[in-house]
Design a protein around this ligand. Sequence first.
Ligand SMILES: Cc1cc2nc3c(=O)[nH]c(=O)nc-3n(C[C@H](O)[C@H](O)[C@H](O)COP(=O)(O)OP(=O)(O)OC[C@H]3O[C@@H](n4cnc5c(N)ncnc54)[C@H](O)[C@@H]3O)c2cc1C
Length: 600
Amino acid sequence: MDTKNSSQMITHDLIIIGAGLAGSWAALAAARDGAKNVAVLSKLHPLRSHSGAAQGGIAAALNNVRPADKDPRGPLEPIPETDEPIDSWELHMYDTVKGSDWLGDHDAIEIMVRDAIDIMYEFEHLGCVFSRLPDGRIAQRRFGGHSTPRANYAADWTGHVLLHTMHEQCLRYGVNFYSEWYALDLIVEDNVCRGIVALEILTGRIVTMRAKAVMFATGGYGRAFKITSNCTANTGDGLGMAYRAGVPLMDMEFVQFHPTGLYRHGILMSEACRGEGGYLLNNKGERFMSNYAPDKMELAPRDLVSRSEQKEIQEGRGVGPDGEGIHLDLRHLGEEKIKKVLPQVREIAIDFLGLDPITDLIPIQPTAHYGMGGIPTDVDGRVLANADGDIITGLYAAGECSCVSTHGANRLGSNSLLEASVFGRRAGKAIAQFLQNGAELAPLPGDPAGRTQQHLQRWLDNEGPELVEEIVVELQATMTNKCGVFRDGKRLLEAQQKISELQQRLKTARVMDKSSRFNTDLLAALEAEHLLNFSAVIVACAINRTESRGAHSRLDFPQRDDEQWLKHTVAHLTESGEPVLSYKTVNIDWERYPPEQRKY
Ligand SMILES: Cc1cc2nc3c(=O)[nH]c(=O)nc-3n(C[C@H](O)[C@H](O)[C@H](O)COP(=O)(O)OP(=O)(O)OC[C@H]3O[C@@H](n4cnc5c(N)ncnc54)[C@H](O)[C@@H]3O)c2cc1C
């Protein structure tokens, strides 16, 4: 690889890293509001972004359907336009606040659920092909933790449909796409963002990219876990880059485990399976959720369902050769419905397990799915420099890599496509305003690309005994086994020790490919650094939080403790390489949504 040439420079007004829903919404909104020179960088082809894998739906209180015969779990029917609505943004807000175990910020949640209705109609006007009711309105289904059916969908291809529509619109507005370009480093000095260093994957060319504004929309980080629903690209590069550049990470201890990952693979069987009426069964054939959430049953929120499954497994009622699975039963939904509304789910079960949900029980297990934490922002996507709320000028973030925080300690299904869209759009508008207000290019400190090149060169020169991949496999096993659905102080400390050992070993690990063109081996090494760095933050935050809240469930501290812990964790990197933690107040509307016990 030629790592010598650092003289190349590209300049844009706005550079967005990530072409998923958050990034493409921001690009479109900024371009529509007059931003001229907008670029989006993506390490994947933009349409391969993980947003496109989303299956089940996007939440908004459109009031299109209701349970027929008032049976909360029975079939749905369209609401005649003359009838009273059953849903509202207020109810969506309450469900989200409760789902978050009161750790979500109420100002951000209110914006999200109010904007939800408007953004759904915008998606519709931009040409999204949603599933429809007989009268043409958008079809809706139930989702966990939502008290009404408000997940709007396109069969089980929802993310695919939304992402394709947004990408087309970005092209229409002249957004420049750098496809298969890899962001390597973020340049921030004196709390001002100055640009990034990036690599053209095809040629190995390293370039400094200057911009008046940079936005992170780099998505999720499930790949730190052995069993995950996330695509291989979800390695948390944005978190790693930001953290290394001195930007804090917030609420990283909150990782969502989705209850229905395909057994041993982790690949997602959408929550729509349960939304459409699917059952969860233990090895005795019992619908065990009646013991944990008698009211909501399978449609309790994800944290609760995953814990219930894990408990059944631990108490010997699991299925599969090692008893580590649970059965998902869709058979009673019938062939016609499964083929019509869950075609992708069926295909996945057939392709990966050789089982057809029309006739077979599908073994599943909890799978690492979504990071509630991330780069802290205000409600316009401006990145916060610290727990006091100071801003880093010119740096923005939205989508799964960010933490605004609407999901608090546990996200409700279908709220994430929504969050990425709403706050992506808001960030794009805010950036257009920032540019119009006379933002300028900030001077570069030294030779950032030179520093990045040295870093890459070190990797290419390493000839240690171990391969990077072996270290990543150990990290993933550690995170799943010691920082998973249930946690305790002892295992978390073991995880912490293991991660610092792996960080040491990574320093001398080697990459096999030393070439310039499409060197994915080298990129995997950089991703391993990110995975280890933010995993260390996840574990440090989890050790400190001596309570159970949402997805963070401590066997040694089983209760929620509002007196001590009703606060966000903010982590900074220190010179020693260890995270230092501080805490930030949660924005709570004490009158309308005061903390309550969370029961389903
Ligand atoms: C299988 C699955 C199903 C889901 N189903 C639903 C659902 O039904 N409803 C729901 O609300 N949510 C769902 N989610 C969650 C939701 O899809 C994601 O949280 C959301 O789409 C994230 O969008 P994003 O724009 O933040 O990131 P992504 O869509 O993940 O995009 C990330 C982008 O960043 C780019 N990138 C990352 N690192 C770099 C780098 N170093 N250099 C350059 N580019 C980089 C990638 O190329 C990509 O373009 C699902 C998630 C999964 C995994």
